[in-house]
Design a protein around this ligand. Structure first.
Ligand code: IPE
Ligand code: IPE
Ligand code: MG
Length: 247
């Protein structure tokens, strides 16, 4: 499908992160169970992945399940895990056909073994793909990730492999789950909520934030394109003044 002409392919963000939110409310509006919303969110995932890859985005990260989501009713958690296994299984071929590499971040060992198995198989099958890296954040929370990084760094100091004076921002970067991925320049959240919900706190230090009222199952290619157009209209100053940036 053609990409919106207003998008400047020379000014694309390298990495776009998405908080896919609003499945439950979408289902509720239709008098259905929350899980109906999750099932209907799969198409929005497919469209977003396809649109991002066609546009030339190199990294797309989707927040699919947070550490805090383990506190939801058992029934919903089970449905989400089943949907995950089914979707990964079904979509692996499409990922390969589109030259997309699958990656996952989060406390993956906490996932049910069937899920982890499917995930690892898909990661293995798509590891040679180069057009775009699709990262799923699963059982992920930023505070968990940063805590793990602090522990690993402390161990390296204790063992004598690292001097405290040598620790800088890149040391932290290297100990996060996103070590081989550039920071997102753009973060999108659907469903009208204006919060980060423990997602990539370190990595979005300078990301542009884009909020839309659309509920995730209603999110379409045009909405993703709209977010990119909005991003391209922003002035990213990184602490400098406007005149310095435009010079
Ligand atoms: C996002 O939709 C999907 C996950 C968090 C797994 P929600 O399930 O949070 O839907 P709402 O926010 O309750 O509408
Ligand atoms: C954030 O959505 C997590 C994912 C999209 C996976 P939530 O619906 O869990 O966020 P809160 O709890 O409303 O902030
Ligand atoms: Mg939600």
């Amino acid at each position: 499908m053609a990409i919106d002409k207003r998008i400047d392919s020379a000014k694309l963000p390298q990495h776009v992160a998405v908080i896919m939110d609003g499945n439950g409310r979408w289902a509720k509006q239709r008098g259905r169970l929350r899980t109906f919303g999750h099932n209907n969110g799969v198409k929005a995932v497919r469209d977003t992945v396809e649109c991002a890859a066609e546009m030339g985005i190199k990294y797309l990260t989707l927040y699919a399940f947070s550490t805090e989501n383990w506190n939801r009713p058992k029934f919903e958690i089970n449905a989400l895990m089943t949907l995950l296994v089914k979707t990964i299984n079904k979509e692996t071929k499409t990922l390969t056909d589109n030259d997309i590499k699958l990656n996952a971040i989060g406390n993956l060992d906490s996932l049910p073994s069937s899920c982890l198995k499917e995930l690892n198989e898909a990661i293995e099958k798509t590891k040679g793909n180069t057009r775009m890296t699709l990262t799923l954040a699963l059982s992920y929370s930023s505070k968990w990730e940063i805590t793990e990084a602090v522990k690993a760094i402390a161990k390296n100091v204790k063992s004598g492999d690292l001097n405290v004076e040598e620790i800088d921002e890149s040391t932290v970067d290297k100990h996060l789950c996103t070590l081989n991925i550039p920071d997102p320049e753009l973060l999108i959240r659907t469903s009208g909520e204006h919060r980060i919900s423990n997602f990539l706190l370190w990595q979005i230090a300078y990301a542009e934030l884009f909020f839309t009222d659309k509920l995730w199952p209603d999110f379409e290619r045009v909405d993703f394109e709209e977010a990119i157009i909005d991003y391209q209209g922003r002035e990213r100053r990184f602490g400098k003044i406007s005149e310095q940036v435009s010079a």
